[in-house]
Write a protein that binds this ligand. Structure first.
Ligand code: BTN
Length: 254
């Protein structure tokens, strides 16, 4: 089903100095009928959210952004939106920061194994079938001298520390929206393959032993690939293949 985007992502940008979470503001706007491509950008978040009900440290100096999407995709392709967004953010960060980045399934963006960006997709289905998705994107750009919380020490990094020259928040936001528009359009027009290929091109830890923590237990094995619906395929020691749809992946060092 070929479809052109009705509008450019970022045609309308709501800037807020401080919010709880940009995703919550974007959800309220979407509920009130805001068009696809509406963006909420904040200077800092008091209650930034991460995947798996985690909090997300969002100090001044970072890029905290949510984009309203109104996809017209069949359910199996809708689940690839998270990988499309991850590929888009990776491409933009790499272009702006001039450092190679890797993607950890499903959508952690890493530089030298430390997290530099994360993505939280929240979708809402309505009884009448209309659905919107809020794509929340957080990039650690600078921490403005704020101390890194102890529990994140060593696990995150930021572009002011990694990039050879300063990266501007506006340029990065524009680059992310441009790449997101391209990958999102591609998912509608060309299907899963190009998006999967873009994600795989930066995939960290495929072919390596991993442990995936699930709400119901864990899966240990070799991370083989991502499937056409975005699931991570893990081959266990007994040869059985497990498909993981949500969970936290850690590398098992030999
Ligand atoms: C993760 O890696 O766990 C996802 C982190 C997503 C953070 C962004 S920042 C903008 C948007 N608003 C939020 O509250 N979360 C997302």
């Amino acid at each position: 089903e070929a479809r052109r985007l009705g509008c450019r992502l970022g045609h309308t940008v709501h800037w807020l100095e401080e919010v709880g979470s940009t995703n919550d503001v974007a959800r309220r706007l979407a509920e009130a009928g805001a068009a696809e491509g509406t963006v909420v950008l904040a200077g800092r978040q008091r209650a930034g959210r991460g995947r798996l009900r985690r909090w997300w440290w969002s100090p001044l100096g970072g890029l905290w952004m949510s984009v309203i999407l109104r996809p017209t995709l069949p359910p199996e392709r809708l689940s690839l939106l998270t990988l499309a967004a991850a590929a888009a953010v990776a491409e933009a960060v790499e272009g702006q920061a001039e450092r190679p980045v890797a993607l950890k399934w499903p959508n952690d963006v890493l530089i030298d194994n430390r997290k530099v960006a994360g993505i939280l997709l929240e979708s809402v289905a309505h009884p009448d079938g209309a659905e919107y998705v809020v794509a929340g994107i957080g990039v650690n750009l600078d921490v403005e001298g704020e101390p890194v919380p102890a529990e994140l020490e060593g696990r995150l990094t930021w572009l002011a520390r990694e990039a050879p020259r300063p990266v501007s928040r506006n340029d990065l936001a524009e680059a992310i929206l441009e790449r997101l528009e391209a990958r999102y359009g591609q998912l509608h027009q060309e299907g899963a393959e190009p998006v999967l290929a873009a994600w795989r091109a930066r995939a960290a830890w495929l072919g390596e032993p991993v442990r995936v923590t699930l709400p119901t237990g864990e899966v240990v094995g070799i991370a083989l690939d991502v499937a056409a619906d975005g699931a991570l395929v893990v081959e266990q020691a007994d040869g059985r293949r497990r498909r993981v749809l949500a969970g936290d992946v850690q590398r098992l060092r030999p």
